[in-house]
Design a protein. Structure first.
Length: 401
């Protein structure tokens, strides 16, 4: 590409005022010194934005790790973990296990969960009854009480402070739930879990998806990201924390989910369980998209910043999908994206964990390299890009701009 083309492209990305773009693109072609100065100015701008975004994400992820460790070590969590573990195992017995509960719960799995799953996955089906059949009678009883019999609609099950079965677990739930829900809402977490150290059972969840009450040792989600987070943290010492990368997570309708986890110990040093946060996707997207104010940060009409994971897929949302899904669809069709994959992205409304980025910058940053270069981006459009790896314990992410 000629220096003139590069300059026009660079200013389309960095977006100085339109009048400046026109003057520079037309007026400086004759002076090599001026061309070099302009190129260096663009490079400096892109690197500055890249480093700023990288610092923000690294600081935010560290903050979540610190919050996980702090809350796991709090007196409230110690007490809640002990109470939930003690009363959880007797829920069915105390509430009077009904042989018909499984059939009633099954209707929730098939009529509500499956329908929402198909809507968010372009019609793809999931064998939800296979998931249900892995639950014990006690797990069925508590899922029925807090999910199926919960009067609040799908996506709002956290609004129930406690079930009305009059058992000890319900009393503990009524005592602690409002506090954990407040923490979730204040910091923007997707969910918060308390998991018993011995059984691996999720004895408490704020949001109450289908992972609630299941075992992370032997249940349907033991081999997912949350199961990995539990196993890592359950082998750690006090004050340590683990993180797992974003990956499709069935209870969240196969949306990409990452987990932060830290062990819970009693004051006497007895291992009680594990506290787990499901990562706040919205906050990460707000950082990477400048909360939709790209132009205020010098990114003009087409500049963006995004994160890429070791699988070569985004860990944040594409600006172009966020701004204009129809235009994004048109662009990606033109780029040759698989139609089924494109429809899945559009159905979920995100590129996180779905949009593949096989660019020179993404590969270099994942290999631990920082740099600035010109290449085709994931839209098959030439761009100038500044890229770098992120320093997040337990993750291998790259930042590209």
């Amino acid at each position: 590409m000629s220096i003139k083309g590069k300059l026009i492209l660079a200013f389309a990305i960095v977006s100085f005022l339109a009048t400046v773009v026109s003057c520079l693109a037309i007026g400086i072609m004759g002076a090599s010194a001026s061309k070099h100065a302009l190129s260096e100015e663009v490079k400096s701008k892109l690197i500055s934005v890249r480093d700023s975004q990288r610092s923000k994400i690294e600081a935010y992820m560290k903050q979540i790790l610190d919050q996980t460790k702090t809350l796991a070590d709090s007196q409230m969590t110690m007490n809640a973990m002990a109470a939930f573990s003690k009363h959880f195992k007797r829920y069915g017995e105390e509430s009077g296990t009904d042989d018909g509960l499984k059939a009633k719960l099954s209707s929730y799995y098939t009529d509500e969960f499956e329908k929402e799953y198909q809507t968010l996955n372009s019609g793809e089906k999931i064998a939800s009854t296979d998931l249900l059949n892995q639950l014990t009678p006690n797990q069925v009883a508590i899922q029925h009480a807090y999910i199926k019999a919960n009067p609040h609609p799908l996506g709002n099950k956290d609004k129930l402070d406690k079930a009305s079965n009059g058992v000890k677990y319900d009393a503990s739930h009524g005592l602690y739930h409002k506090h954990y829900r407040n923490i979730l809402e204040t910091f923007g977490f997707y969910d918060i879990f308390l998991v018993d150290a011995k059984t691996g059972e999720i004895v408490y969840s704020v949001f109450k998806e289908l992972d609630f009450a299941t075992s992370l040792r032997s249940g349907p989600y033991a081999n997912t990201g949350i199961g990995e987070a539990f196993k890592k943290a359950n082998a750690m010492s006090k004050g340590q924390a683990a993180v797992t990368d974003f990956a499709p997570y069935p209870p969240s309708y196969n949306g990409a989910a990452a987990f932060f986890a830290s062990p819970i110990f009693s004051e006497e040093g007895k291992r009680l369980g594990v506290l787990i946060f499901q990562a706040p996707v919205d906050v990460i997207n707000h950082i990477m998209t400048f909360e939709g104010k790209w132009k205020n940060f010098g990114l003009g009409a087409s500049g963006e910043t995004y994160l890429v994971g070791p699988d070569g897929k985004m860990r944040s949302i594409s600006r172009f999908l966020s701004e204009n899904p129809k235009k994004y669809e048109k662009i990606m069709k033109k780029s040759g994206m698989d139609s089924q994959q494109l429809q899945l992205i559009l159905a979920k409304g995100t590129t996180l964990g779905l949009q593949r980025v096989d660019t020179k910058g993404a590969k270099a940053s994942l290999a631990g390299k920082s740099g600035f270069d010109e290449f085709l981006d994931y839209r098959k459009i030439p761009v100038l890009s500044a890229y770098a790896p992120l320093d997040i314990p337990g993750l291998n992410w790259g930042d590209s701009k």
